[in-house]
Design a protein around this ligand. Sequence first.
Ligand SMILES: [Mn+2]
Length: 405
Amino acid sequence: MSKESFIEALKDGAAKLRAAGREVTLVHHNDADGLTAGGILETALTRDGFKVERIALERIHPPIVERIHDRAAGHPVVYTDLAGRAAPVICDLNRDRSFTLILDHHPAEESTSSKVLNLSTERFGLSGEDEISAATAATIFAIVLDEKNVDLRYLGVIGAIGDSHDRGGKLIAYNRDALLDAVEHGDIKIVSKGSDKEEYILTKFGSNIPLTPFAKSLTVLGAAGYTVGGPQLGIRACFEGPSEEYDKKLTEMNALKEERFNRALAKLKSGGLKVTPHHQWFIVGDGFSPMGVKIIGEFCMDIRDEPFMDPTKYIAGFQDMPAEIPGLGTFEWDLAKVSMRVPTPLGQKIIDGEMPGLDWLLPEAAVKVEGTIDACHGYAAAALIPHGREEELIALMDELVEKGQ
Ligand SMILES: [Mn+2]
């Protein structure tokens, strides 16, 4: 398993995609890495003669997948920065209609259909934790399509920084290859901050733009601005540089977030926080609308160590899942997104194995209330559950904590 085998698989994927039709539905995540990966593939596929319809998603959910594949009506579908783990679900809902290519960098499940090619980097031993962003993987695919697409490498770097792949101080491995190509192309400058630390400057658009804050601002636009055109504006900024409109929307989104967070915080402090033996939880309903449902996780993270929170209890926040998905129309569901986090002291107990991690606790309980699971880690997890079953979910998790100890 290596980059060579990954490239061989991408060549096979490119050939199959070209043979499958000239119209393609491109589905991508809505954070900085997902937006850049989406922008790279949209550009590379358009240059290759495809007509591309691009759809930004917050998460994979079966009814959404079903609609995407119904609408594709046999045209090929490409997923990036999501879907790796959902490959079996996609195979089921695709019902062998569309050739489907998954270019993800998250832990992945095997495809169960010859029509669905899952080329998640993790399956080739390229770590999506810190070695390769979805955007860097997308640039490798773009270069497989045509070597001229090497001009898109800087976008791989933006995606990698958006996903914090420089946790160790600087970009490594395949992300670093993309970085060096971008430097050679004159799009990025490296500023050394000692032997193990670097900062990156985006020079592509004429002025010196610090790359880390730019990448983080893309995630704000894509996530907080999900339902108000943020992803589109973010992708445009990746190709043309931040515009006045971009800055305005970003300021607007940051202000909206602050105002809504303060409002929710005040509610929690004045009795809105419900407390059970092992949980502290609350419902914001549509209080964060029009911001996307990723925001509830950010809010839980923000408040986890506040003095009014109990440092020994799990935190759960519920936000309404809007019935309208931009680009896909309205859905019939009645769902709440639940995001869970832990106060720092409880996080330590999870690491020490004294308390169960959220990666076990939430999935165990969520399936019992007909929920579907998002990416789950020990210290952070999310799921979608039917509205009205919030209290039941919390009670189930209380029971599990008792039993699990
Ligand atoms: Mn990513």
